[in-house]
Design a protein around this ligand. Structure first.
Ligand SMILES: *Cc1c(COP(=O)(O)O)cnc(C)c1O
Length: 448
């Protein structure tokens, strides 16, 4: 079979929606047939194309179709795919060295990433960071650290929470299908508490916090609890923004009870919400914060950052991993963080958020099947419901998403009930392309 010579990625790629075949085209179909024969069935995909290049706000497939990207590979390529500064940093680092193992001979790039994270995360207290490869690994290590620091076993996660696919993070994750079903038994000493979901529970933040705290005190006991792990805005669970006051009340309760407050900012971090970290919107200063996705322009890297006295509780040799803080990934992270700061992508995220919210709210006014439009910055979602009952409408959601993809716009779904379309465009997407993508969404909804 023949695959076209890869077009150069990066923002130089024509920023246009272009369909030259139906989706999938013949070359993508051929590659996806090989996938089905060679790759484990459990590794699914939601967009039936084979990517050959991506940059700025577009993804190009093997048939030369160009898609508007409203997903950023799940909030990863927020600086745009193949950003020139990131590409140059990766190339430069790769020519010097690709690995020594930081636990054997440390290197400057890892330390510089730790310094940047200590500087950028909320709070002015003394901080330390440790680097890993994936979001799940960061969450696992945050829990390890909290247990060692407190000498307590229990961990509380929340309804609709998502924290990864490893054994401990499956236990922390709320949704059974597809993340957990059949993969147990799960790690012990993980408990689940109710979250704040204003659209569905109609509770104020303080009310939702009282409900959660009472649940934790009765069913776990503060004296047994090492940490709570919570996404400031839930990602996979449906872009659920907690009511005002919910997170501060939980953080206050944690402080009063010697419980480590872990903010999982793997999806919300790095300018996505219009601030470097979503915790800032809620006025909370987490004890530990986990990051990954947007950290390194697409290279695998993750981190735990937090209070020095908690982070340093783990004994020497207790934390690490062969690849954690790989030098090429670190070089990419330093360049990526530089782009967030020098291009003011937080400001850009706020502007993108205004456009998304305005356009989606206009669709909602005209169409009661959109039950709620919610989000912060460039992390915005529409929840689809049966207008008569308010019941989640996953079938409509799937149909709209499929129609968008067939029309050349990559959108992602999410939500415990599978009835949410989430918008996570690259923060470097142009206004025109974003509007064109939303025109397609509006058309797909009208036709569904
Ligand atoms: C994606 C995600 C994870 C898991 O990250 P991986 O890199 O896929 O392991 C953890 N927490 C949150 C909030 C996420 O969105």
């Amino acid at each position: 079979m023949t695959i076209p010579a890869p077009t150069a990625g990066g923002p130089a790629l024509p920023q246009e929606r272009r369909l030259v075949t139906s989706i999938p085209g013949p070359r993508s179909a051929e590659i996806l047939a090989r996938k089905a024969a060679a790759v484990a069935a459990g590794v699914g995909h939601s967009v039936p194309i084979a990517a050959v290049a991506a940059g700025g706000g577009v993804i190009v497939d093997a048939d030369d179709n160009s898609f508007i990207d409203l997903g950023s590979g799940i909030a990863v390529t927020s600086v745009g795919n193949a950003h020139p500064a990131v590409v140059a940093a990766i190339a430069e680092q790769a020519t010097r060295f690709t690995h020594t193992c930081f636990m054997i001979s440390p290197y400057d790039e890892y330390i510089a990433v730790a310094e940047a994270l200590n500087r950028l995360t909320p709070g002015v207290h003394a901080k330390r960071s440790a680097l890993f490869n994936t979001g799940a690994e960061a969450v696992e290590n945050a829990v390890k650290i909290a247990r060692k620091a407190t000498g307590r076993p229990a961990v509380v996660a929340f309804d609709h929470g998502y924290h990864g696919r490893t054994n401990l993070t499956m236990a922390l994750t709320a949704k059974s299908m597809p993340y957990k079903s059949g993969f147990g038994p799960f790690a012990p000493e993980v408990y689940r508490a109710p979250v704040s979901y204003p659209y569905r529970d109609a509770l104020s933040g303080p009310e939702a916090a009282r409900r959660a705290i009472q649940h934790i005190e009765k069913q776990v006991g503060a004296e047994n609890l090492a940490a709570i792990v919570i996404e400031p805005i839930q990602g996979e669970g449906g872009f659920i923004v907690p009511a005002d006051g919910f997170l501060p009340a939980l953080a206050d309760w944690c402080r009063a009870n010697g419980v480590v407050f872990i903010a999982d900012e793997v999806q919300t971090g790095f300018a996505r919400t219009g601030a470097m970290f979503a915790s800032e919107h809620f006025g909370i200063v987490p004890d530990l914060i986990t990051t990954a996705k947007g950290i390194a322009g697409g290279m695998p890297l993750a981190a735990v950052t937090g209070r020095a006295e908690i982070m340093d509780a783990a004994h020497v040799g207790g934390l690490g991993g062969t690849y954690g803080g790989n030098p090429v990934a670190c070089a990419a992270a330093l360049a990526t963080i530089g782009v967030y700061e020098s291009e003011d992508l937080s400001g850009r995220a706020r502007r993108i958020g205004e456009i998304l919210t305005e356009r989606l709210t206009a669709m909602q006014v005209a169409d009661p099947r959109i039950g709620e439009v919610r989000g912060v910055g460039a992390m915005v979602a529409a929840e689809f419901v049966d207008p008569a009952t308010g019941a989640p409408d996953a079938a409509l959601t799937g149909a709209v998403a499929r129609a968008c993809i067939e029309a050349g716009v990559v959108v992602l779904t999410c939500g415990t009930f599978g009835n949410v379309i989430r918008f996570l465009p690259p923060l470097v997407i142009g206004d025109e392309l974003l509007h064109e993508g939303l025109d397609v969404v509006a058309g797909a909804l009208a036709a569904a």
